[in-house]
Design a protein around this ligand. Structure first.
Ligand code: SF4
Ligand code: SF4
Length: 491
Protein backbone atom coordinates (compact mmCIF):
# COMPACT_ATOMS: atom_id res chain seq x y z
CA UNK A 1 0.00 0.00 0.00
CA UNK A 2 1.26 3.42 -0.90
CA UNK A 3 0.87 5.07 2.46
CA UNK A 4 3.59 7.62 2.28
CA UNK A 5 3.66 10.59 4.50
CA UNK A 6 6.28 13.25 3.94
CA UNK A 7 8.38 11.60 6.64
CA UNK A 8 7.88 8.14 5.24
CA UNK A 9 11.14 6.72 3.94
CA UNK A 10 9.93 3.09 4.15
CA UNK A 11 13.20 2.42 5.97
CA UNK A 12 11.27 1.14 8.99
CA UNK A 13 10.10 -1.81 6.90
CA UNK A 14 13.63 -3.23 6.82
CA UNK A 15 13.65 -4.18 10.49
CA UNK A 16 11.29 -4.93 13.33
CA UNK A 17 11.11 -2.65 16.32
CA UNK A 18 11.53 -5.41 18.86
CA UNK A 19 14.95 -6.55 17.62
CA UNK A 20 18.11 -4.44 17.89
CA UNK A 21 20.89 -4.18 15.32
CA UNK A 22 22.64 -7.18 16.89
CA UNK A 23 19.54 -9.32 16.65
CA UNK A 24 18.70 -9.17 20.36
CA UNK A 25 15.14 -8.87 21.57
CA UNK A 26 14.07 -5.43 22.73
CA UNK A 27 11.62 -5.98 25.56
CA UNK A 28 8.56 -3.76 25.24
CA UNK A 29 6.98 -1.83 28.09
CA UNK A 30 3.82 -0.42 26.50
CA UNK A 31 2.16 2.35 28.44
CA UNK A 32 -1.23 1.40 29.87
CA UNK A 33 -3.89 2.42 27.33
CA UNK A 34 -7.08 4.12 28.42
CA UNK A 35 -10.07 5.58 26.66
CA UNK A 36 -13.36 4.62 25.07
CA UNK A 37 -11.87 2.18 22.55
CA UNK A 38 -9.93 0.37 25.27
CA UNK A 39 -13.08 0.25 27.41
CA UNK A 40 -15.10 -1.18 24.53
CA UNK A 41 -12.44 -3.83 23.87
CA UNK A 42 -12.36 -4.68 27.57
CA UNK A 43 -16.13 -5.31 27.64
CA UNK A 44 -15.95 -7.35 24.44
CA UNK A 45 -13.08 -9.38 25.87
CA UNK A 46 -15.07 -10.17 29.03
CA UNK A 47 -17.87 -11.55 26.88
CA UNK A 48 -15.48 -13.54 24.71
CA UNK A 49 -13.62 -14.95 27.70
CA UNK A 50 -16.94 -16.05 29.23
CA UNK A 51 -17.80 -17.78 25.94
CA UNK A 52 -14.34 -19.35 25.67
CA UNK A 53 -14.40 -20.78 29.19
CA UNK A 54 -18.10 -21.71 29.06
CA UNK A 55 -18.39 -23.43 25.67
CA UNK A 56 -16.86 -26.80 26.63
CA UNK A 57 -19.60 -27.19 29.27
CA UNK A 58 -22.53 -26.52 26.93
CA UNK A 59 -24.48 -29.57 25.72
CA UNK A 60 -27.17 -30.04 23.10
CA UNK A 61 -29.28 -33.19 23.44
CA UNK A 62 -26.60 -34.62 25.72
CA UNK A 63 -23.85 -34.01 23.14
CA UNK A 64 -21.13 -31.37 23.54
CA UNK A 65 -21.75 -28.17 21.63
CA UNK A 66 -18.16 -28.33 20.49
CA UNK A 67 -15.46 -30.97 20.93
CA UNK A 68 -12.46 -31.66 18.76
CA UNK A 69 -11.00 -34.92 19.97
CA UNK A 70 -8.28 -35.35 17.39
CA UNK A 71 -6.68 -38.37 19.04
CA UNK A 72 -9.92 -40.39 19.19
CA UNK A 73 -11.06 -38.85 15.88
CA UNK A 74 -14.29 -37.81 17.53
CA UNK A 75 -15.75 -34.42 16.66
CA UNK A 76 -18.85 -32.52 17.75
CA UNK A 77 -20.09 -29.26 16.35
CA UNK A 78 -23.37 -27.68 17.46
CA UNK A 79 -24.17 -30.97 19.18
CA UNK A 80 -23.80 -33.01 15.97
CA UNK A 81 -21.39 -35.90 15.95
CA UNK A 82 -18.87 -35.97 13.12
CA UNK A 83 -16.64 -38.89 12.32
CA UNK A 84 -13.63 -39.17 10.00
CA UNK A 85 -16.18 -40.18 7.30
CA UNK A 86 -17.39 -36.57 7.43
CA UNK A 87 -13.94 -35.27 6.58
CA UNK A 88 -15.18 -33.78 3.30
CA UNK A 89 -17.52 -31.55 5.32
CA UNK A 90 -14.58 -30.30 7.36
CA UNK A 91 -12.62 -29.53 4.17
CA UNK A 92 -15.48 -27.50 2.65
CA UNK A 93 -16.15 -25.76 5.99
CA UNK A 94 -12.45 -24.86 6.31
CA UNK A 95 -12.41 -23.53 2.77
CA UNK A 96 -15.45 -21.40 3.57
CA UNK A 97 -13.75 -20.09 6.69
CA UNK A 98 -10.62 -19.18 4.74
CA UNK A 99 -12.64 -17.25 2.15
CA UNK A 100 -14.61 -15.54 4.93
CA UNK A 101 -11.37 -14.50 6.64
CA UNK A 102 -10.00 -13.23 3.33
CA UNK A 103 -13.17 -11.21 2.68
CA UNK A 104 -13.22 -9.83 6.20
CA UNK A 105 -9.54 -8.86 5.95
CA UNK A 106 -10.00 -7.19 2.56
CA UNK A 107 -12.70 -4.97 4.07
CA UNK A 108 -11.64 -4.54 7.70
CA UNK A 109 -7.97 -5.52 7.80
CA UNK A 110 -6.73 -7.02 11.03
CA UNK A 111 -9.80 -6.11 13.06
CA UNK A 112 -10.07 -9.73 14.20
CA UNK A 113 -6.61 -9.55 15.82
CA UNK A 114 -7.43 -6.58 18.00
CA UNK A 115 -10.92 -7.55 19.08
CA UNK A 116 -11.38 -11.32 18.89
CA UNK A 117 -8.10 -13.23 18.66
CA UNK A 118 -7.50 -15.23 21.88
CA UNK A 119 -3.79 -14.35 21.72
CA UNK A 120 -4.51 -10.60 21.92
CA UNK A 121 -7.31 -11.01 24.43
CA UNK A 122 -5.26 -13.10 26.84
CA UNK A 123 -2.12 -10.99 26.32
CA UNK A 124 -3.65 -7.52 26.59
CA UNK A 125 -6.70 -8.15 28.73
CA UNK A 126 -5.39 -10.75 31.17
CA UNK A 127 -1.61 -11.06 31.38
CA UNK A 128 -0.81 -7.39 30.67
CA UNK A 129 -3.43 -6.28 33.21
CA UNK A 130 -1.88 -8.53 35.87
CA UNK A 131 1.46 -6.92 35.02
CA UNK A 132 0.10 -3.38 35.34
CA UNK A 133 -1.59 -4.33 38.60
CA UNK A 134 1.58 -5.73 40.19
CA UNK A 135 4.39 -3.76 38.60
CA UNK A 136 2.65 -0.52 37.65
CA UNK A 137 2.67 1.36 34.35
CA UNK A 138 5.46 1.30 31.75
CA UNK A 139 7.94 3.54 33.58
CA UNK A 140 7.56 1.65 36.85
CA UNK A 141 8.06 -1.64 34.97
CA UNK A 142 11.21 -0.33 33.31
CA UNK A 143 12.57 0.81 36.64
CA UNK A 144 11.77 -2.54 38.23
CA UNK A 145 13.46 -4.43 35.42
CA UNK A 146 16.72 -2.53 35.87
CA UNK A 147 19.30 -4.04 38.21
CA UNK A 148 19.86 -4.69 41.05
CA UNK A 149 17.56 -7.34 42.48
CA UNK A 150 15.97 -5.86 45.57
CA UNK A 151 13.56 -7.60 48.00
CA UNK A 152 10.74 -5.52 46.48
CA UNK A 153 11.68 -6.61 42.96
CA UNK A 154 11.89 -10.28 43.97
CA UNK A 155 8.50 -10.06 45.67
CA UNK A 156 6.76 -8.40 42.72
CA UNK A 157 8.37 -10.60 40.06
CA UNK A 158 7.57 -13.76 42.03
CA UNK A 159 3.92 -12.83 42.55
CA UNK A 160 3.57 -11.93 38.87
CA UNK A 161 5.11 -15.16 37.62
CA UNK A 162 3.04 -17.28 40.03
CA UNK A 163 -0.12 -15.59 38.76
CA UNK A 164 1.01 -16.08 35.16
CA UNK A 165 1.49 -19.81 35.81
CA UNK A 166 -1.93 -20.08 37.46
CA UNK A 167 -3.65 -18.39 34.51
CA UNK A 168 -1.68 -20.62 32.12
CA UNK A 169 -2.95 -23.65 34.08
CA UNK A 170 -6.57 -22.46 33.68
CA UNK A 171 -6.09 -21.83 29.95
CA UNK A 172 -4.43 -25.23 29.46
CA UNK A 173 -7.30 -27.02 31.22
CA UNK A 174 -9.86 -25.13 29.14
CA UNK A 175 -7.97 -25.91 25.96
CA UNK A 176 -7.89 -29.60 26.88
CA UNK A 177 -11.64 -29.45 27.61
CA UNK A 178 -12.17 -28.55 23.96
CA UNK A 179 -10.17 -31.64 22.98
CA UNK A 180 -11.30 -34.31 25.41
CA UNK A 181 -14.23 -32.77 27.28
CA UNK A 182 -14.41 -31.20 30.77
CA UNK A 183 -15.46 -34.51 32.35
CA UNK A 184 -12.23 -36.25 31.33
CA UNK A 185 -10.22 -33.19 32.32
CA UNK A 186 -11.87 -33.35 35.75
CA UNK A 187 -10.96 -37.03 36.00
CA UNK A 188 -7.33 -36.23 35.18
CA UNK A 189 -7.29 -33.44 37.78
CA UNK A 190 -8.76 -35.61 40.52
CA UNK A 191 -6.72 -38.74 39.87
CA UNK A 192 -3.09 -39.38 40.67
CA UNK A 193 -0.64 -38.54 37.85
CA UNK A 194 0.55 -42.16 38.11
CA UNK A 195 -2.94 -43.32 37.03
CA UNK A 196 -3.04 -40.94 34.11
CA UNK A 197 0.41 -40.19 32.81
CA UNK A 198 -0.72 -39.18 29.33
CA UNK A 199 -3.31 -36.70 30.58
CA UNK A 200 -0.97 -35.31 33.21
CA UNK A 201 1.82 -34.82 30.67
CA UNK A 202 -0.61 -33.04 28.32
CA UNK A 203 -1.65 -30.68 31.14
CA UNK A 204 1.94 -29.86 32.03
CA UNK A 205 2.92 -29.47 28.36
CA UNK A 206 0.03 -27.13 27.51
CA UNK A 207 0.52 -25.12 30.69
CA UNK A 208 4.21 -24.67 29.84
CA UNK A 209 3.38 -23.69 26.25
CA UNK A 210 0.80 -21.08 27.27
CA UNK A 211 3.06 -19.69 29.99
CA UNK A 212 5.91 -19.37 27.48
CA UNK A 213 3.67 -17.65 24.92
CA UNK A 214 2.24 -15.05 27.30
CA UNK A 215 5.15 -14.51 29.67
CA UNK A 216 7.94 -14.54 27.11
CA UNK A 217 6.98 -14.66 23.42
CA UNK A 218 4.20 -12.10 23.71
CA UNK A 219 3.94 -9.70 20.74
CA UNK A 220 6.39 -11.85 18.77
CA UNK A 221 3.51 -14.26 18.10
CA UNK A 222 1.64 -11.51 16.24
CA UNK A 223 4.59 -9.78 14.60
CA UNK A 224 6.69 -12.73 13.47
CA UNK A 225 4.91 -16.09 13.93
CA UNK A 226 1.19 -15.83 13.16
CA UNK A 227 0.60 -16.63 9.46
CA UNK A 228 -2.50 -14.44 9.38
CA UNK A 229 -0.35 -11.39 10.07
CA UNK A 230 1.90 -12.30 7.15
CA UNK A 231 -1.13 -12.34 4.82
CA UNK A 232 -1.97 -8.68 5.40
CA UNK A 233 0.28 -7.47 2.60
CA UNK A 234 -1.67 -9.40 -0.04
CA UNK A 235 -5.14 -9.04 1.42
CA UNK A 236 -5.31 -5.34 2.27
CA UNK A 237 -5.46 -2.54 -0.27
CA UNK A 238 -6.10 1.20 -0.37
CA UNK A 239 -9.77 0.72 0.50
CA UNK A 240 -9.21 -1.57 3.48
CA UNK A 241 -10.30 -0.05 6.78
CA UNK A 242 -7.45 -0.18 9.26
CA UNK A 243 -6.15 1.70 12.26
CA UNK A 244 -4.67 4.54 10.24
CA UNK A 245 -2.83 7.75 10.98
CA UNK A 246 -4.26 10.71 9.04
CA UNK A 247 -0.97 12.01 7.70
CA UNK A 248 -2.77 14.60 5.56
CA UNK A 249 -4.05 16.24 8.71
CA UNK A 250 -1.18 15.30 10.99
CA UNK A 251 1.87 16.29 8.92
CA UNK A 252 4.16 18.10 9.05
CA UNK A 253 4.36 17.06 12.64
CA UNK A 254 6.09 19.15 15.23
CA UNK A 255 6.14 19.99 18.90
CA UNK A 256 3.36 22.19 20.09
CA UNK A 257 4.49 25.76 20.74
CA UNK A 258 2.44 28.65 21.89
CA UNK A 259 3.38 31.82 19.96
CA UNK A 260 1.94 35.16 19.02
CA UNK A 261 4.24 35.47 16.00
CA UNK A 262 3.27 35.64 12.36
CA UNK A 263 1.99 32.10 11.50
CA UNK A 264 4.32 31.72 8.47
CA UNK A 265 7.38 32.64 10.48
CA UNK A 266 6.11 30.51 13.27
CA UNK A 267 5.73 27.55 10.90
CA UNK A 268 9.28 28.01 9.57
CA UNK A 269 10.62 28.05 13.09
CA UNK A 270 8.61 25.04 14.06
CA UNK A 271 9.73 23.12 10.99
CA UNK A 272 13.32 23.98 11.77
CA UNK A 273 12.90 22.30 15.15
CA UNK A 274 10.89 19.32 13.93
CA UNK A 275 11.99 16.04 12.30
CA UNK A 276 10.73 17.27 8.96
CA UNK A 277 13.31 17.87 6.28
CA UNK A 278 12.80 21.46 5.15
CA UNK A 279 13.67 20.41 1.60
CA UNK A 280 10.73 17.97 1.63
CA UNK A 281 8.37 20.78 2.40
CA UNK A 282 9.49 23.01 -0.48
CA UNK A 283 6.62 21.95 -2.68
CA UNK A 284 4.04 21.81 0.04
CA UNK A 285 1.32 24.39 0.01
CA UNK A 286 1.93 26.94 2.69
CA UNK A 287 0.68 25.28 5.79
CA UNK A 288 1.29 25.59 9.48
CA UNK A 289 2.31 22.45 11.29
CA UNK A 290 -0.14 19.59 11.16
CA UNK A 291 -2.15 18.33 14.08
CA UNK A 292 0.43 15.76 15.22
CA UNK A 293 2.42 17.36 18.01
CA UNK A 294 4.94 14.53 17.96
CA UNK A 295 4.27 13.62 21.57
CA UNK A 296 4.96 9.94 20.75
CA UNK A 297 2.17 8.73 23.05
CA UNK A 298 0.77 6.60 20.22
CA UNK A 299 4.13 4.82 20.06
CA UNK A 300 4.44 4.47 23.82
CA UNK A 301 1.11 2.62 24.15
CA UNK A 302 1.67 0.31 21.19
CA UNK A 303 1.94 -3.33 22.36
CA UNK A 304 3.88 -4.27 19.22
CA UNK A 305 6.30 -1.35 19.47
CA UNK A 306 5.54 0.31 16.14
CA UNK A 307 4.95 3.89 15.12
CA UNK A 308 1.64 3.95 13.27
CA UNK A 309 2.62 7.32 11.78
CA UNK A 310 5.13 5.48 9.58
CA UNK A 311 2.23 3.96 7.67
CA UNK A 312 0.39 0.66 7.64
CA UNK A 313 2.55 -2.12 9.02
CA UNK A 314 1.89 -5.80 9.32
CA UNK A 315 2.94 -5.65 12.99
CA UNK A 316 -0.17 -3.59 13.77
CA UNK A 317 -2.79 -5.77 15.44
CA UNK A 318 -5.43 -3.02 15.30
CA UNK A 319 -5.65 -2.92 19.08
CA UNK A 320 -6.89 0.73 19.10
CA UNK A 321 -4.51 1.76 21.92
CA UNK A 322 -2.93 4.47 19.75
CA UNK A 323 -6.39 5.77 18.77
CA UNK A 324 -7.26 6.31 22.42
CA UNK A 325 -3.86 7.83 23.22
CA UNK A 326 -4.03 10.28 20.34
CA UNK A 327 -7.66 11.24 20.99
CA UNK A 328 -6.70 12.12 24.55
CA UNK A 329 -3.91 14.36 23.25
CA UNK A 330 -6.17 16.01 20.68
CA UNK A 331 -8.76 16.78 23.35
CA UNK A 332 -6.09 18.30 25.57
CA UNK A 333 -4.75 20.59 22.84
CA UNK A 334 -8.19 21.49 21.56
CA UNK A 335 -7.96 19.87 18.13
CA UNK A 336 -10.43 17.46 16.52
CA UNK A 337 -10.15 13.84 17.64
CA UNK A 338 -9.62 10.89 15.29
CA UNK A 339 -6.21 11.87 13.97
CA UNK A 340 -5.56 8.13 14.32
CA UNK A 341 -8.73 6.27 13.46
CA UNK A 342 -10.32 3.38 11.61
CA UNK A 343 -10.05 4.50 8.02
CA UNK A 344 -8.68 3.49 4.64
CA UNK A 345 -5.83 5.08 2.72
CA UNK A 346 -8.34 6.43 0.20
CA UNK A 347 -10.45 7.69 3.09
CA UNK A 348 -7.50 9.71 4.39
CA UNK A 349 -6.24 11.00 1.05
CA UNK A 350 -9.37 11.31 -1.10
CA UNK A 351 -12.13 11.22 1.52
CA UNK A 352 -13.46 8.17 -0.38
CA UNK A 353 -14.63 5.24 1.70
CA UNK A 354 -15.80 2.12 -0.09
CA UNK A 355 -16.71 -1.23 1.39
CA UNK A 356 -18.10 -2.92 -1.72
CA UNK A 357 -15.01 -2.80 -3.89
CA UNK A 358 -14.72 -5.20 -6.87
CA UNK A 359 -12.38 -7.34 -4.78
CA UNK A 360 -14.82 -7.52 -1.86
CA UNK A 361 -17.68 -8.34 -4.25
CA UNK A 362 -15.64 -11.17 -5.84
CA UNK A 363 -14.82 -12.67 -2.43
CA UNK A 364 -18.47 -12.26 -1.36
CA UNK A 365 -19.65 -14.16 -4.44
CA UNK A 366 -17.18 -16.99 -3.75
CA UNK A 367 -18.27 -17.03 -0.11
CA UNK A 368 -21.94 -17.19 -1.06
CA UNK A 369 -21.33 -20.20 -3.31
CA UNK A 370 -19.40 -21.96 -0.55
CA UNK A 371 -22.09 -21.22 2.04
CA UNK A 372 -24.72 -22.73 -0.27
CA UNK A 373 -22.52 -25.80 -0.80
CA UNK A 374 -22.09 -26.12 2.97
CA UNK A 375 -25.82 -25.85 3.61
CA UNK A 376 -26.53 -28.50 0.98
CA UNK A 377 -23.87 -30.85 2.29
CA UNK A 378 -24.93 -30.45 5.91
CA UNK A 379 -28.64 -30.81 5.16
CA UNK A 380 -27.97 -33.96 3.11
CA UNK A 381 -25.76 -35.44 5.80
CA UNK A 382 -27.26 -38.78 6.80
CA UNK A 383 -27.57 -40.22 10.29
CA UNK A 384 -26.01 -43.49 9.21
CA UNK A 385 -23.26 -44.02 6.70
CA UNK A 386 -23.17 -47.37 4.92
CA UNK A 387 -20.27 -48.89 3.03
CA UNK A 388 -21.35 -52.09 1.23
CA UNK A 389 -18.77 -53.77 -0.99
CA UNK A 390 -18.77 -57.11 -2.77
CA UNK A 391 -16.40 -59.51 -1.03
CA UNK A 392 -13.17 -59.49 -3.07
CA UNK A 393 -12.36 -62.61 -5.06
CA UNK A 394 -15.94 -63.91 -5.12
CA UNK A 395 -18.07 -64.02 -8.26
CA UNK A 396 -21.70 -65.06 -8.06
CA UNK A 397 -23.38 -68.09 -6.49
CA UNK A 398 -26.31 -70.11 -7.71
CA UNK A 399 -28.09 -71.14 -4.49
CA UNK A 400 -30.88 -72.85 -6.45
CA UNK A 401 -32.13 -73.15 -10.02
CA UNK A 402 -34.03 -69.86 -9.99
CA UNK A 403 -31.69 -67.47 -8.15
CA UNK A 404 -28.22 -65.89 -8.20
CA UNK A 405 -26.56 -64.47 -5.10
CA UNK A 406 -23.50 -62.30 -4.30
CA UNK A 407 -21.58 -62.08 -1.03
CA UNK A 408 -20.97 -58.62 0.51
CA UNK A 409 -19.11 -57.05 3.44
CA UNK A 410 -20.79 -54.14 5.13
CA UNK A 411 -19.79 -51.37 7.53
CA UNK A 412 -22.53 -49.19 9.04
CA UNK A 413 -21.56 -46.05 10.96
CA UNK A 414 -24.17 -44.65 13.33
CA UNK A 415 -23.32 -40.93 13.65
CA UNK A 416 -26.04 -40.18 16.18
CA UNK A 417 -26.74 -40.96 19.81
CA UNK A 418 -29.87 -42.94 18.84
CA UNK A 419 -30.34 -46.72 18.46
CA UNK A 420 -31.29 -48.12 15.07
CA UNK A 421 -32.25 -51.56 13.81
CA UNK A 422 -31.98 -50.86 10.09
CA UNK A 423 -34.16 -52.60 7.54
CA UNK A 424 -32.60 -53.07 4.09
CA UNK A 425 -34.72 -52.33 1.04
CA UNK A 426 -34.00 -52.49 -2.69
CA UNK A 427 -36.20 -49.84 -4.35
CA UNK A 428 -35.38 -50.94 -7.92
CA UNK A 429 -35.34 -54.69 -7.15
CA UNK A 430 -38.18 -55.37 -4.66
CA UNK A 431 -37.72 -59.12 -5.17
CA UNK A 432 -34.17 -59.02 -3.79
CA UNK A 433 -33.65 -60.85 -0.50
CA UNK A 434 -30.90 -60.26 2.04
CA UNK A 435 -29.44 -63.16 4.05
CA UNK A 436 -27.15 -62.13 6.92
CA UNK A 437 -24.24 -64.28 7.96
CA UNK A 438 -24.88 -64.23 11.69
CA UNK A 439 -27.25 -61.70 13.25
CA UNK A 440 -28.70 -58.69 11.50
CA UNK A 441 -26.89 -55.48 12.55
CA UNK A 442 -28.08 -53.39 15.48
CA UNK A 443 -26.69 -49.85 15.53
CA UNK A 444 -25.94 -48.47 18.97
CA UNK A 445 -25.11 -44.75 19.34
CA UNK A 446 -21.94 -43.52 17.67
CA UNK A 447 -20.61 -46.96 16.85
CA UNK A 448 -19.81 -48.96 13.75
CA UNK A 449 -21.40 -52.34 12.96
CA UNK A 450 -19.80 -54.62 10.41
CA UNK A 451 -20.37 -58.07 8.99
CA UNK A 452 -21.34 -59.91 5.81
CA UNK A 453 -24.51 -60.87 3.96
CA UNK A 454 -25.75 -62.39 0.73
CA UNK A 455 -28.07 -60.57 -1.63
CA UNK A 456 -30.22 -63.03 -3.56
CA UNK A 457 -31.91 -62.04 -6.83
CA UNK A 458 -34.28 -64.03 -9.08
CA UNK A 459 -32.43 -65.00 -12.25
CA UNK A 460 -34.79 -62.99 -14.47
CA UNK A 461 -33.74 -59.82 -12.59
CA UNK A 462 -30.07 -60.34 -13.45
CA UNK A 463 -29.91 -58.65 -16.82
CA UNK A 464 -26.25 -57.80 -17.05
CA UNK A 465 -22.89 -59.25 -16.10
CA UNK A 466 -22.46 -56.37 -13.66
CA UNK A 467 -25.43 -54.32 -12.55
CA UNK A 468 -25.92 -51.63 -9.95
CA UNK A 469 -28.08 -52.26 -6.90
CA UNK A 470 -29.53 -49.39 -4.91
CA UNK A 471 -29.88 -50.18 -1.22
CA UNK A 472 -31.88 -48.15 1.29
CA UNK A 473 -31.58 -48.40 5.07
CA UNK A 474 -34.78 -47.63 6.96
CA UNK A 475 -35.62 -47.31 10.62
CA UNK A 476 -39.41 -47.47 10.77
CA UNK A 477 -40.61 -44.65 8.51
CA UNK A 478 -37.27 -42.90 8.48
CA UNK A 479 -34.85 -43.31 5.59
CA UNK A 480 -31.40 -43.42 7.19
CA UNK A 481 -29.15 -43.83 4.16
CA UNK A 482 -29.14 -44.68 0.46
CA UNK A 483 -26.15 -46.36 -1.09
CA UNK A 484 -25.25 -48.48 -4.12
CA UNK A 485 -23.24 -51.60 -4.81
CA UNK A 486 -22.60 -54.00 -7.70
CA UNK A 487 -24.24 -57.35 -8.40
CA UNK A 488 -22.42 -59.86 -10.62
CA UNK A 489 -24.18 -62.36 -12.82
CA UNK A 490 -23.10 -64.87 -15.49
CA UNK A 491 -24.37 -62.92 -18.52
S1 SF4 B 1 -0.38 10.53 19.84
FE1 SF4 B 1 -1.20 11.75 18.15
S2 SF4 B 1 -0.23 13.71 18.43
FE2 SF4 B 1 0.95 12.31 19.66
S3 SF4 B 1 2.56 11.62 18.30
FE3 SF4 B 1 0.92 10.18 18.08
S4 SF4 B 1 -0.24 10.93 16.32
FE4 SF4 B 1 1.04 12.62 17.01
S1 SF4 C 1 -0.23 0.78 15.89
FE1 SF4 C 1 -1.94 1.27 17.22
S2 SF4 C 1 -3.51 -0.25 16.71
FE2 SF4 C 1 -1.59 -0.95 15.82
S3 SF4 C 1 -0.78 -2.35 17.36
FE3 SF4 C 1 0.13 -0.33 17.76
S4 SF4 C 1 -1.24 0.62 19.24
FE4 SF4 C 1 -2.33 -1.11 18.39
Amino acid sequence: MDTKSINDTEEYRNSINTVDSEGKRIWLYPKKPRGPWTNARTYVSWGLLAVLFGLPWVKINGNPLIRLDIISRDFYLFGLHFTPQDFYLAVVAMLTLVVFIALFTVVFGRLFCGWVCPQTIFMEMVFRKIEYWIEGDANAQRKLAAPPWTPEKIRKKTIKQVLFVLVAVVIAHTFLSYLIGPERVFTIITSSPADNWGGFAAMVGFTGAFYFVFASLREQVCTTICPYGRLQGVLTDNDTILVTYDFVRGEPRGKLKRSKKDPVKNMQEQLAHSDVDIADTAELPLKVLGDCIDCSLCVQVCPTGIDIRDGVQLECVNCTACMDACDEVMIKIGRPERLIRYDSYNGVVKQERKIFTPRAIAYSAALLVLVVVNVLLFSNRTKVEAVILRTPGKLYYEPDETHFSNLYNYQLFNKTNEDFVPAFRFPKHPEAVIQFIGDAPVLTPETMAQGAFFIVLPKENVTDRKQTLTIELWDGDELLETTTTNFLGPI
